[in-house]
Design a protein around this ligand. Structure first.
Ligand SMILES: Nc1ncnc2c1ncn2[C@@H]1O[C@H](COP(=O)(O)OP(=O)(O)OP(=O)(O)O)[C@@H](O)[C@H]1O
Ligand SMILES: [Mg+2]
Length: 270
């Protein structure tokens, strides 16, 4: 059994892999990398009655990986580059090579996995952390679930300037409901609900368009979305609108939030 641990900038994810299958999945949050990694590992062992003797190797990746200097608990411990991990994990979960991956975590990384190699095309600091950080300041909520609840009751046309606000007719592929300017309208009576929706909308539009440009630059029309942000249903709706305009489709693999940890485990030398 190989354990992959991804010490992300916000959450730590750990998986176990045996014979090419993901067996266990664990998430933790701690203020420092060592506590996160050892905590995730301990949680996996205790909650799933895994025997330490069964573990051949631990592979660590993510922003906090450099903080782990030695083997954990006497088990051979290796490090894997985060971009390589996202590429390997995304390829595994998508079930094929030659893909563009948009990994939406605290920030967002866009990766091209092709012919067994992985390249970092770019990304943006815009991601889940942007939504939560602004939501904290704007409406004093600190749980993502609360932002989603607010946004679920929001109306975009209270906050965003839409094409219908400025044009009588469609413009190229933009229709009446397309965004002309994120936050460009902001009615005086816009509610927190409307602002929460506009925030998620803006973040996913930015990520969606970066993904479209990345996909087009590699002559493909599909993007695999990974990271915690992959499961965001409002975000998926925003990306669907982008698909209609730009004919680039987004896929959401199962276990997407564990992509980086899975890729690290899969990168262990046999
Ligand atoms: N439903 C959701 N939709 C979008 N983002 C979410 C959701 N739930 C949590 N988040 C955000 O996801 C981020 C954590 O995601 P993830 O665990 O993939 O990132 P990370 O690996 O810690 O960060 P990074 O990869 O950028 O270093 C946090 O910023 C959190 O606010
Ligand atoms: Mg991450």
């Amino acid at each position: 059994m190989i354990i992959g641990i991804d010490i992300g900038s916000t959450t730590t994810k750990a998986v176990s892999i045996q014979e090419g299958q993901v067996i266990h999945r664990v998430k933790t949050k701690a203020s420092d990398a060592v506590t996160s990694a050892t905590g995730a590992f301990g949680k996996m062992i205790v909650e799933n009655s895994v025997k330490i003797g069964e573990i051949q190797r631990i592979m660590i990746t993510g922003a906090g990986a450099p903080k782990i200097k030695d083997d954990l608990f006497g088990i051979p411990t290796g490090k894997v580059d985060e971009i390589k991990s996202i590429g390997a994990g995304g390829t595994f979960l998508a079930g094929r090579d030659n893909i563009i991956i948009a990994n939406i975590g605290t920030g967002t990384a866009i990766i091209d996995a092709r012919n067994g190699g992985v390249s970092h095309l770019g990304g943006s600091g815009v991601g889940g952390g942007t939504i939560l950080g602004l939501a904290k300041r704007l409406f004093s909520v600190s749980e993502f679930k609360s932002v989603m609840e607010l946004a679920g009751r929001g109306r975009l046309n209270q906050v965003d300037l839409l094409m219908e606000d400025i044009m009588e007719t469609d413009l190229s592929f933009l229709n009446r409901e397309s965004t002309a300017s994120n936050f460009g309208k902001m009615l005086d009576n816009a509610r927190n609900e409307d602002i929460a929706l506009a925030l998620i909308n803006m973040v996913y539009q930015v990520i969606g368009m970066l993904s479209v440009f990345a996909a087009k630059s590699r002559n493909t029309d599909k993007v695999v979305v990974t990271g915690n942000g992959s499961g965001n249903l409002i975000g998926r709706g925003v990306l669907e609108q982008i698909t209609l305009m730009h004919q680039v489709r987004f896929e959401y693999p199962r276990d997407a939030e564990y992509t980086t940890a899975i890729g690290a485990a899969l990168s262990a030398a046999p």
